[in-house]
Ligand binder design. Structure first.
Ligand SMILES: Cc1cc2nc3c(=O)[nH]c(=O)nc-3n(C[C@H](O)[C@H](O)[C@H](O)COP(=O)(O)OP(=O)(O)OC[C@H]3O[C@@H](n4cnc5c(N)ncnc54)[C@H](O)[C@@H]3O)c2cc1C
Length: 377
């Protein structure tokens, strides 16, 4: 496949304009850390690796502006060195596919939000400004380097999670947060999903500094992040309210959540489905799971991970999620192990109204359908 490597936004715009003229379809690649993007649907690929530029980190303003192609592996230590982080906690995809940690543009284009999402907001809530080229080949800048930039359509939010289907992001400004000074995790035994949901709901009933609530391997994990001075009292209050657990704190707690978020311990021969849904629908989903399927929860129960052996590759996760949660649930297959085939669609069908709206927005941003990314529906 032809790979275009533009060095400037103007060159990128020219490539898109030419593709429009030639009725070609282009796939946008950040660093390709997420296989399974359907290059087959494209005539050529655009690699953004050449669209470099400097990183502008403004610690005092809690802001970072960087080329979209900037590797997350460069951004994470830079921020940590200044005691800061991306509050939406994008997980590291390297453990899932072994293809590196991805780029800032890829994390934003995929709307990648980790365990702290229910407490700190999603990726789209932290993108302040975007620059890029639309599928029509037009350069744009939207949003601004100030928090209250509400002029015009909120394109930063629209483009977050659009997976290269509407525009190619070339530069991003994201809001940062102070790195939590101290962290501790309370691990409570929970053999089934209903008990896990009750424990997480109880824990979240009061504002006890909790910034992570997950269930995996028969344990509910509740993360507290706070100042070192405030942490002991918050830990004592949580342990008193939900006794019978074990603490891990400091670097061990941080490492536990990084592994959990990146699904680092899931064997490579497992299928992985990512299923946001109302927590109240989880017991119904759990009841539909076939033997051999593993269920994990994050976001206090509002995000379910289904981990399946290859023998269950044809088990219809989208149908099960629809049965349990109706249109409020969504299933996306994040990983199909190499050599495993499946007749099940890779994601739930979109709500017809959402699909119609998505097509109208696509027609506005990419009138000739040059950008070959899937538009759900
Ligand atoms: C726990 C976990 C959960 C995940 N959940 C999701 C999920 O829900 N949905 C999902 O899609 N991925 C998900 N991922 C995958 C993850 O988002 C990607 O691996 C990573 O962020 C992609 O970065 P990349 O730079 O390698 O982009 P690529 O893998 O190269 O591209 C990924 C997608 O982003 C688009 N893209 C990349 N850069 C740009 C850009 N500059 N402008 C416009 N579009 C661009 C591409 O067209 C493609 O559609 C998850 C990964 C993990 C570990």
């Amino acid at each position: 496949m032809i790979v275009h490597t533009p060095d400037t936004p103007a060159e990128l715009s020219a490539i898109i304009q030419a593709a429009r003229g030639d009725q070609q379809r282009l796939a946008v690649a950040g660093s390709g850390s997420r296989p399974g993007f359907a290059p087959a649907a494209a005539d050529a690929c655009i690699s953004l690796a050449g669209l470099g530029g400097s990183i502008q980190h403004d610690p005092a303003e809690l802001m970072l502006t960087a080329p979209a192609a900037t590797p997350m592996a460069a951004i994470r230590p830079l921020l940590a060195g200044a005691g800061q982080c991306l509050a939406f906690e994008p997980p590291d995809p390297d453990a899932l596919w072994g293809r590196g940690g991805g780029t800032l543009g890829g994390a934003v284009a995929c709307g990648l939000s980790g365990p702290r999402r229910p407490f700190a907001g999603a990726a789209r809530d932290h993108v302040l400004e975007v620059e890029g080229i639309t599928g029509a080949g037009e350069a744009f800048r939207a949003g601004g380097r100030v928090l209250k930039n509400v002029t015009g359509f909120d394109l930063p939010r629209l483009l977050t999670g659009s997976r290269g289907s509407l525009a190619v992001l070339t530069s991003l400004t994201v809001r940062l947060a102070p790195l939590p000074p101290a962290s501790a995790t309370w691990a409570l035994p929970a053999d089934d999903a209903p008990r896990a949901l009750r424990l997480m709901a109880d824990a979240l009933m009061v504002d006890g500094g909790i910034t992570g609530a997950a269930w995996a391997d028969g344990q509910v994990l509740l993360r507290i992040e706070a100042t070192a001075a405030a942490l002991p009292a918050l830990m004592a209050a949580l342990a008193a309210r939900l006794p019978g657990g074990q603490w891990c704190d400091g670097p061990a707690s941080v490492a536990r959540w990084a592994a959990l978020a990146g699904l680092a311990d899931v064997p490579a021969d497992r299928l992985i489905w990512r299923c946001p849904l109302p927590a109240a629908a989880v017991p119904a989903l759990a009841a539909l799971l076939p033997a051999g399927a593993e269920l994990r929860l994050d976001w206090g129960g509002a995000l379910a991970w289904l981990i399946l052996p290859a023998a269950l590759a044809d088990w219809d996760a989208p149908a099960a999620v629809a049965q349990a949660a109706g249109r409020e649930g969504h299933a996306r297959r994040l990983r199909l192990p190499a050599g495993v085939a499946s007749a099940v669609p890779a994601h739930s069908p979109a709500d017809p109204a959402v699909a119609a709206l998505s097509r109208r927005i696509k027609a506005l941003m990419d009138p000739d359908g040059v950008l070959a990314a899937e538009v759900e529906g």
